[in-house]
Design a binder for this molecule. Structure first.
Ligand code: ATP
Ligand code: MG
Length: 297
């Protein structure tokens, strides 16, 4: 394979992860020009290109060195590692990305009660995730038959080809529509940045590190709010306890009102109306909650 001096990231061509992944990279300051066949995006500012593929192919492309990084569901990455232990061993989840949340769960027919793993003994369980399901069954001492299906797993019990299923769930609506109910979660998943455990030692490694630093900033900012308010000094302890993430606030005196301060704090997570109302009851007023655009520590 020819050595590359540009970093290449694999991402889903079209699916649930496509838009949020592209938005995340844009927030990291990356701009791309798409090729005519829409399979490749050439990076215009930084030396970072994108390869647009089916999500199932992403871990393999990283393992083979065709791409350096990938944005993929934890479910797909871990399944690849379990079913390809040799090539998968050198790969890692570098960052959780905070979107594409779902869970890989075992579901049983609605009329069956679920009272623990032993109930699955000897049953046929349909799934597209034989590696993850197999690992869960082994760790719970259950001997069940894994029925591999590439898609439409949820109809297997109605067709009589399986007794239970192990599939991705987010709202649970698909399960209800197929008269199934979620029994147990096998993996909590979200989109992750996947890569080889050791970054390349050349320029690509340096670009990857720059990208990771920007990504950390973007993720921190996305989950942060700046809150401003005026508060009586004697209510500061009570108000500070109500700030999400318990930040250490910055205090500024108010001219002509020695018992008052302006409080400024960077909160982890959003600030709800209820939390604002609680702070108002504690004595705060003129409260402002602002999104943060960029942050560099
Ligand atoms: P591709 O054509 O790329 O193979 P796909 O049909 O396998 O597409 P999507 O349905 O777009 O993939 O799902 C991509 C990822 O989104 C999943 O692997 C999972 O990590 C995540 N995801 C989040 N919520 C759900 C959900 N309700 N069902 C399935 N996947 C979900
Ligand atoms: Mg897929």
């Amino acid at each position: 394979m020819k050595p590359r001096d540009r970093l290449r990231i694999a991402m889903q061509k079209s699916g649930r992860l496509t838009d949020p992944a592209q938005e995340l990279l844009a927030r990291c300051g990356l701009k791309f020009r798409q090729s005519r066949d829409k399979l490749f995006c050439f990076g215009e500012g930084e030396p970072v290109d994108l390869l647009l593929v089916r999500d199932d192919d992403i871990p393999g492309l990283i393992a083979e060195g065709v791409c350096d990084l990938g944005i993929v569901g934890r479910n797909v990455l871990r399944e690849f590692q379990l079913t390809n232990p040799d090539t998968g061993a050198g790969m890692d989840e570098l960052r959780p990305l905070g979107f594409g949340h779902c869970r890989l769960s075992i579901a049983v027919p609605q009329e069956d009660a679920y009272d623990g793993p032993a109930q699955l003994q000897g049953q046929r369980i349909a799934t597209s995730y034989p590696g993850l399901l197999g690992e869960w069954l082994r760790s719970h001492g259950v001997d069940a038959k894994v029925v591999m299906l590439a898609g439409s797993v949820e109809i297997a019990p109605r067709l009589g080809t399986a007794d239970a299923i192990c599939d991705l769930v987010s709202s649970g609506a698909t399960l209800v529509a197929n008269q199934l109910r979620e029994a147990v979660v096998v993996v909590e998943s979200e989109a992750v940045l996947a890569g080889r455990r050791e970054l390349p030692l050349d320029e690509r490694g340096e670009i990857a590190e720059l990208l990771l630093r920007r990504l950390d900033g973007v993720i921190q900012v996305r989950d942060s709010r700046l809150i401003l308010m005026q508060a009586p000094r004697d209510a500061l302890a009570a108000i500070t306890r109500l700030l999400p993430g318990l930040p250490i606030p910055t205090l500024t005196p108010v001219d002509g009102a020695p018992d008052q301060v302006v409080l400024q704090a960077l909160c982890a997570g959003s600030v709800s109306w209820r939390q604002l109302e609680d702070m108002k009851r504690a004595g705060a007023r003129d409260m402002l909650v602002l999104p943060v655009e960029k942050m560099l520590a």
